[in-house]
Write a protein that binds this ligand. Structure first.
Ligand SMILES: [Zn+2]
Length: 216
């Protein structure tokens, strides 16, 4: 295994009972001081995925990498596109240490995408959870399973922000609506959009503030 600067999380080893398969992909890695992209062969096996780039020279050339199933977090899928958080990189530039791996199946049939999807479907829920920015463990119900750090306070702060923004939008919506009233003709323009958005933000903000959970 080649050191990609991405620490692997030995604590969450997952083995899937699957056949070894390969796919032609366009892959990119972003974040953690590891920005690169290019065509590659993606190999899927019982331990995880391996990326073998077609081109290894150049500033933004992908590096070969192995990612174990237990290191995948926040997996997002859309048709033949896959996006996963694969760890916490070394770079603290830009403030975001998360390493995001994206790949898109190239010239592969839809059944290949379905096949890969069915493999990902078998991963435990923690593979789809958020990644702890401190230890890269899975964040389940806003608490990191590995280091125990709670992200509830952060969610409460966000909730309070939502509440303030929602309240402001509601006030603007109501005042615009009332100032649009024309006493001569009796016409009024109701700013539904602003009022509705304000109300939604207030509700979401309240839930976040009270329960300290992320909802979207
Ligand atoms: Zn943690």
């Amino acid at each position: 295994m080649i050191d990609t600067g991405i620490p692997s999380n030995e604590r969450s080893e997952i083995r899937l009972d699957i056949e070894h398969k390969t796919y032609e992909v366009f892959a990119s890695v972003m974040g953690g001081g590891n920005n690169s992209n290019g065509k590659a062969t993606l190999e899927v096996n019982e331990r995880g995925i391996s990326i073998s780039p077609k081109r290894t020279r150049g500033l933004f050339a992908l590096k070969p990498m192995d990612v174990s199933w237990g290191d995948l977090r926040e997996i997002k899928r859309r048709r033949g596109r896959f996006k996963a958080n694969i760890g916490v990189g070394r770079s603290e530039l830009l403030g975001n240490k998360d390493v995001i791996l994206q790949f898109q199946l190239k010239g592969e049939s839809r059944s290949k995408a379905d096949e890969l999807n069915s493999v990902l479907d078998r991963l435990p829920a923690e593979a789809f959870s958020q990644r702890c920015p401190h230890c890269s463990g899975p964040v389940i119900k806003d608490v990191c399973r590995d280091c125990g750090k709670s992200f509830r306070l952060h969610q409460r702060k966000k909730g309070f922000q939502f509440l303030l923004i929602g309240g402001l939008l509601l006030i603007i919506g109501i005042s615009l609506t009332s100032s649009s009233y024309q006493s001569a003709s009796g016409e009024i323009t109701v700013f539904y959009g602003l009022i509705l958005m304000g109300a939604v933000l207030i509700i979401l903000g309240l839930i976040r503030l009270v329960f300290g959970v992320r909802i979207s």
